[in-house]
Every structure is written in C-alpha cells, then in structure tokens.
Design a binder for this molecule. Structure first.
Ligand SMILES: Cc1cc2nc3c(=O)[nH]c(=O)nc-3n(C[C@H](O)[C@H](O)[C@H](O)COP(=O)(O)O)c2cc1C
Length: 258
C-alpha cells in the first residue's frame, strides 16, 4: 500500500508531527509504504490565470514547475494524506498553489479508485480548512475518508494529549481500512447532480473547451450514469435526469453557448 503525505506547511512543525503519528499507526500493518512530499521543496509557481490548462489542456500551462510531478506522485499512490496548518481559517498558501493549478481536475477528474484524507493543525479552528481540502479532492475524483484537526501537542494537558494521540491512531486505522477494502461509496444525489453539471459544460461548451469535450468523450462519460461504475438507485437517476434538464435550461437563460 503506497501512501503519499503532502506537507503544506513551510516548517517541520505540528502538521508534520501529526503526519508522523499517522505514519506510525499505518506502519503497524505490513507492506505499507509512506512517502513524505514537502511542497516547500518543490518548484510551484503562482497561477497566472490564463486558463490554458482548462481550455487547451494542462500540458499547455506556461509555468514550467513541479505541478506535473506532484500529480504523478498522487496518481502513483493508493492513498494521499493532505496536511496543512490553518492560516486565517484556511489552507496555507503553499497548499493553495497546487490546488489552484489543479482547477483543471474539477473539469477532468482522474483520481477515482484512490483515497484521500486531510490533517489540519492549528489553534482549534479546523472546519473550513478540512472542508476545503475535502471539496477539492472529491472533485478531482478521490474518495475522501476522514479529516482530523490537531492542536499544538505540547501545549495540551496530558489527558488531552492522550486523546489527541488516540484520535490520530483511530483516523489512521480508518484510512488504512478504507484503502485496504478498495470499496467506494455509491454517489449520493448531490454527487450525481455535480456530475451532470460538469457534463453539461463538457457537452455544450465544446467550441470554447474542446479539451473537456474530448476527455469526457474518451472516458465515455456522455453516456454514463456516473464517472465510475457504482450501484445507483433508479429513483436517483430519474431525479438527476430532471435536475440536469432544469440546470441546462437555467444555464441557457443566463449564459451564451449552452
Ligand atoms: C499566519 C498564521 C495564521 C494563522 N491562523 C490561524 C487560524 O486562523 N486559526 C487557527 O486555529 N490557527 C491559526 N494559526 C496557527 C497555526 O495554524 C498553528 O500554529 C499550526 O499548528 C501550525 O502548523 P505547522 O506547525 O505544521 O506549521 C495561524 C498561524 C500563522 C503563522
């Protein structure tokens, strides 16, 4: 089992410490390989906002940096642990950089079958950071397993320290069990509608975005119920059909090209 830890802090501090606790627990199982990837050591440039990745394909990004390397490492892993300190209630700028670069993955997701979890470290406000990581990675195709927020370990009372250690162990176990099971939940109505919205874009904006259209065509998603084969109830498919029509009409009424 290959686990990649993406480190979004500029320093070897609390989030790194949390990651090492997860690693320790994961390695209680045989054949678990954990690799750390420090974003601070990569060459990651600020997105220029040219949209070349979205409209022409990610290889057309004018910034020649390590984003493709990061994506490759994520593709090679069975599970990815995204870590970040909480800065002003959000992920660090270091982690935001690749998240901006990966905006094309919302259009052309490719991490189906892979698992992700998030670890945020901070003074106690974790929700926005964990939710934001979850929102992004699920839109890239990952199955999100768990998010954990950790406080400064040394500053905690001994009882709280023990609880934090236990929470980290339990979260690592949950992540390990998910990756080992290779099971993925069926999409809910929200995920089905999200799929349909991206499909409307890929289908009707073919002229302005031939890259999305070609990708969706190649994947067979124009005729599929979802990105991947999963059991979906008939009722949910009907509901998604209706919503797709409503959303398409709405898009037509607001924007050109639909
Ligand atoms: C610029 C800055 C902004 C911060 N903003 C928050 C915040 O909004 N909420 C919070 O809980 N902690 C905040 N913190 C505290 C850090 O999240 C905390 O120190 C974290 O454990 C650092 O993780 P690291 O040691 O892995 O870098 C902030 C710290 C810095 C340096």
């Amino acid at each position: 089992m290959k686990i990649l830890v993406v480190l979004g802090s500029p320093r070897k501090g609390e989030s790194y410490w949390g990651a090492t606790r997860l690693e320790k627990q994961l390695k209680t199982h045989p054949n678990v390989d954990v690799e750390y990837l420090w974003l601070r050591d990569l060459n990651l440039k600020d997105c220029l906002g040219c949209h070349a990745c979205i409209f022409n394909g990610e290889s057309h990004c004018p910034l020649k940096d390590d984003t493709p390397l990061l994506q490759q490492k994520m593709l090679e892993a069975d599970g990815v642990i995204f870590t970040s300190p909480v800065y002003a209630l959000q992920i660090s700028a270091l982690l935001k950089k690749p998240f901006d670069h990966f905006a094309y993955l919302w259009h052309r997701p490719r991490f189906f079958g892979k698992y992700a979890m998030a670890l945020a470290s901070g003074g106690g406000q974790f929700k926005e950071t964990l939710d934001y990581i979850k929102l992004n990675v699920t839109n890239w195709g990952f199955t999100f397993v768990a998010g954990i927020g950790i406080a400064h370990h040394e500053a905690l009372q001994p009882g709280r320290q023990a609880k934090q250690e236990l929470d980290l162990q339990k979260t690592a176990e949950k992540f390990y069990a998910a990756v080992k099971s290779q099971k993925h939940p069926s999409p809910g109505l929200y995920e089905l509608i999200r799929f349909r919205v991206w499909r409307i874009n890929a289908k009707y904006l073919k002229e302005s975005n031939p890259t999305d259209n070609a990708y969706w065509n190649e994947k067979g998603w124009f005729d599929a119920a979802y990105y991947v084969e999963r059991p979906i109830s008939f009722l949910k498919i009907i509901a998604a059909d209706v919503m797709e029509r409503v959303i398409h009409r709405f898009m037509q009424s607001v924007y050109q090209g639909y």
